[in-house]
Ligand binder design. Sequence first.
Ligand SMILES: Nc1nc2c(ncn2[C@@H]2O[C@H](COP(=O)(O)OP(=O)(O)OP(=O)(O)O)[C@@H](O)[C@H]2O)c(=O)[nH]1
Ligand SMILES: [Mg+2]
Length: 138
Amino acid sequence: MNKTYVMLKPDAVERRLVGEVISRIEKKGFTIEAMTMEVLTEEKAREHYSEHVEKPFFPELLEYITSGPVVGMVVSGPGVIQAMRTMLGATDPLEAEPGSIRGDFGYSKTMNLVHASDSGESASREIALYFTTDQICD
Ligand SMILES: Nc1nc2c(ncn2[C@@H]2O[C@H](COP(=O)(O)OP(=O)(O)OP(=O)(O)O)[C@@H](O)[C@H]2O)c(=O)[nH]1
Ligand SMILES: [Mg+2]
């Protein structure tokens, strides 16, 4: 699996960091195969974060992720799933390494700017949730 799903969350769009994040992905050498901008419905957000619906932080996460438009992308390249996770940095931006997206720009564990699939299985599931096969170049 050389494809992953990347989402610029509402705070990334609000803070005008879309170009910065896309620039990092492109400079790394990865390819953007498809892109959409949408406001997530509660139903879609629950589907996206289905593993977290019972967690104590989920209500806050749900409110945040549906609070404004998100930019979703299919990104491809060798080792892209793990590489994008490394480029994101730790979930908590206060623990993320400088040089990572969350380390450089984030300060809130909820508002951590960018999502990327955490495994091949997640990537397949998430790409299918947001894109039809004819939307993906390749
Ligand atoms: N407030 C709070 N939010 C959390 C906590 N753990 C996870 N989250 C939020 O829930 C999202 C999903 O959690 P995870 O999937 O474990 O973390 P992640 O894979 O680094 O983040 P995503 O790429 O968004 O999936 C995170 O990005 C955070 O916004 C927590 O302990 N407290
Ligand atoms: Mg996750």
